[in-house]
Design a protein around this ligand. Sequence first.
Ligand SMILES: [Zn+2]
Length: 238
Amino acid sequence: MNAHLVQLIQIAKLDKDIEALEPLIKAKRADLNKALATRQKKQAEYTLLEEEKASLHLQIQKNEQALHETNAKVDGIQKKISQVKSERELRSLGIEEDITKERANQANKEIERLQNESAHKSKLQEELQSTLESLTQEIAALEEKVEADTAQIKEKQQAIFQEKQDLTLKMDHKLIAFYEKIRRWAGNTCVVSVKKQACGGCFIRINDRTYAEVLSSSDILTCPHCGRILYIDTAQSA
Ligand SMILES: [Zn+2]
């Protein structure tokens, strides 16, 4: 077999081995990722409460301003009442005073309602804060565990990486680039064996002429249908 092709098959196998370890690492990280996602969600909830409180605070300020103005108006009316002589005018000012006082009363009620709402949100934040603190502790513990659990897998992965690195250095630069380009879309099936005269990647039958070329050629050949690099697995096709 073509020496370059042998190298490509080796590289493809190493890449496959590296990738095969990924799910193992992912599985070890599952609990940690879940805790991290929960913390992010809780943090977002906390921030949202903070924003809602800021908006409540603005509403309280607006109502306080209105209350201030209304109180001033009541003062003005009371001053007028002390000065008027006519019964009719007195009655009309009395009505105006009642309406204005009622408005002040409403504003006071609204302020109280808004403050209660804000206090409720603060309480929710306190609860969230304690949840966040315990989550952070949990995450630290999980991180330590994941670190320990995956150290061996990562070591193994690193060794394969190194092996790939060493092999890559010995290989033709253009060939590696060609391989990586196919790998980008074909992933682990970028170098495939031909089985029963069909491409091992797309499973489409290869015509006799191409098949004969793959069998005999010393060139690197790709599947005419999908573009994957083809080889004859002598151990299996025999
Ligand atoms: Zn194919």
